[in-house]
Design a binder for this molecule. Structure first.
Ligand SMILES: Nc1ncnc2c1ncn2[C@@H]1O[C@H](COP(=O)(O)OP(=O)(O)OP(=O)(O)O)[C@@H](O)[C@H]1O
Ligand SMILES: [Mg+2]
Length: 277
């Protein structure tokens, strides 16, 4: 009897927690595209994208070459601004504010929304200077604090043990996988909210790839990540949500397990089963 009632309480608590979870998720959007359209000159590359990205989750964006994945990712921190002839309509709401509104603080938003590229792009300077570059721009000048920031972020990127004795050496001398983790450490050093990653392991060998994947799973405890990948297994392994794009449209977006095991759209199924792409 006692056992039953305890069990009932437990069930009730679990049920409440589930309800809380779903409530939390409704409010847990960090960045959101609303009716986002983008043109390069006359050619439309994004068509009416509506998408919400949730805090502390990994979202994978998949789809064949040229479907607009990188374009979408660049919209999320206004990296398309520098492309001549690029025009955007719609909104990208970051913590409720439109990144594209007239009074948006572009510099602050770029600090909050970091980006990692396919090819690691360390600056041609020392490991230490790579990490402290951003913090210095944001007016941190105290050497002791900069040293702490360096260690903290190299540890976050699980690179500290490999480079602790090479902080003054050029970052260009690191291996590809180390360079990519350095770029992640550099992005984290300005304390962003979101990390955008455009095929971050595409140029890495399987071991370096595995390290980055493990790192992504570790980082999601604290950061929100949006990752473009051509690797279906990678999307399935590391993401919580997956969006499938095709010809500039978001065809399907949902829970990763559902997308890979039970897609709603025939195009999604054709793509993930390798019938095109
Ligand atoms: N700077 C640019 N100027 C003009 N057109 C562009 C530019 N960048 C991308 N495009 C076009 O926009 C479309 C989407 O390109 P995008 O690079 O976003 O695709 P993608 O899905 O990232 O492809 P991939 O998987 O090959 O990286 C393509 O037709 C591409 O040619
Ligand atoms: Mg791309």
């Amino acid at each position: 009897m006692v056992f039953k009632s305890k069990n009932k309480n437990k069930l009730e608590i679990e049920h409440k927690n589930n309800l809380n979870d779903s409530n939390m998720y409704q409010d847990d959007t960090v960045i959101e595209c609303r009716n986002l359209n983008l043109w390069y000159e006359e050619s439309q590359a994004l068509m009416d994208i509506n998408m919400k990205f949730k805090r502390n989750e990994v979202t994978a964006i998949i789809g064949p070459s040229g479907c607009g994945k990188s374009t979408l990712l660049r919209c999320l921190n206004r990296m398309n601004d520098v492309i001549e002839g690029c025009r955007i309509e719609g909104e990208v709401l970051f913590q409720g504010e439109n990144l594209y509104s007239k009074n948006a603080d572009i510099r602050l938003n770029r600090k909050k929304i970091g980006m990692i590229f396919q090819k690691p792009n360390p600056f041609p300077m020392s490991v230490y200077d790579n990490i402290t570059y951003g913090p210095k721009i944001h007016k941190i000048i105290d050497d002791k604090i900069l040293t702490e920031i360096t260690e903290k972020n190299l540890r976050r990127a699980v690179l500290w043990d490999e480079v602790r004795d090479r902080l003054d050496e050029s970052a260009m001398g690191l291996s590809g996988g180390q360079q990519q983790r350095l770029c992640i450490a550099r992005a984290l050093a300005v304390e962003p909210e979101i990390l955008l990653m455009d095929e971050p392991t595409a140029s890495l060998d399987p071991i370096a790839t595995q390290k980055i994947e493990e790192l992504i799973l570790e980082l999601k405890k604290q950061w929100t990540m949006i990752i473009v990948t051509h690797n279906m297994q990678q999307a399935a392994r590391i993401s919580d949500y997956t969006g499938f794009m095709y010809l500039g449209k978001l065809i399907e977006f949902g829970n990763t397990e559902q997308i890979f095991e039970n897609p709603n759209n025939q195009l999604t199924e054709n793509y993930i089963t390798g019938r095109f792409g």
